[in-house]
Design a protein around this ligand. Structure first.
Ligand SMILES: [Ca+2]
Ligand SMILES: [Ca+2]
Length: 184
């Protein structure tokens, strides 16, 4: 049974790794049309190769639990500089971004790290650079930009260890030690 469970977990992980983050066009240009939904038991990470075309934006829906850390990286596949990406995270109701980034690490790619305080669906937006206003939804919906090319998208979600689960772990370790002592 244990062996079967381990096998099932391995198959599931492999399937997720192969599936990757798909490029869904053209309906993902607005927050309302965001696709696909990324929801997995935490911690998880996934990667995809997506294309930005002129005026294109990619919205991706992501589920975050309370306390989850979201990390996002875009890697412009033409020598770190093309396409010049801008990324932002929205909660679905506030037009102002929870977090955003344009250029990171000496490239024109973008990096974002953010912690969720409430569980829910969040919306990641990726578009081409076209001036200022990068912290507002209007920059991403109806964007007008010349960027054209492939970028690698890496998304990772990691949980904060809960005091409750640490307590359970601690109790388990204490029980094991107790068992050992009794046997020894
Ligand atoms: Ca798009
Ligand atoms: Ca950029």
């Amino acid at each position: 049974m244990k062996r079967f469970v381990a096998f099932a977990v391995m198959v599931t992980l492999a399937a997720q790794a192969v599936a990757g983050i798909p490029d869904i066009e053209p309906q993902n240009n607005t927050l309302a049309g965001a696709a696909p939904a990324l929801i997995n038991p935490t911690p998880w990470a996934d990667v995809g190769v997506l294309r930005l075309t002129p005026n294109d934006t990619d919205f991706i829906k992501i589920w975050l639990n309370a306390g989850d850390f979201l990390a996002v990286v875009t890697y412009p596949m033409d020598d770190w500089f093309d396409p010049d990406t801008v990324i932002a995270l929205f909660d679905g109701s506030d037009p102002w971004a929870l977090a955003w980034n344009d250029d990171a690490g000496g490239s024109l790619g973008s990096v974002l790290r953010w912690q969720s305080l409430t569980p829910g669906w969040y919306y990641l937006a990726i578009t081409g650079y076209h001036g200022f206003g990068r912290d507002h939804i209007s920059y991403y919906e109806g964007a007008v930009h010349p960027e054209d090319g492939l970028y690698m998208l890496v998304v990772g979600v990691s949980p904060v260890p809960e005091p409750a689960s640490l307590f359970v772990l601690g109790t388990g370790v204490a029980a094991l030690l107790g068992l050992r002592r009794r046997r020894g």
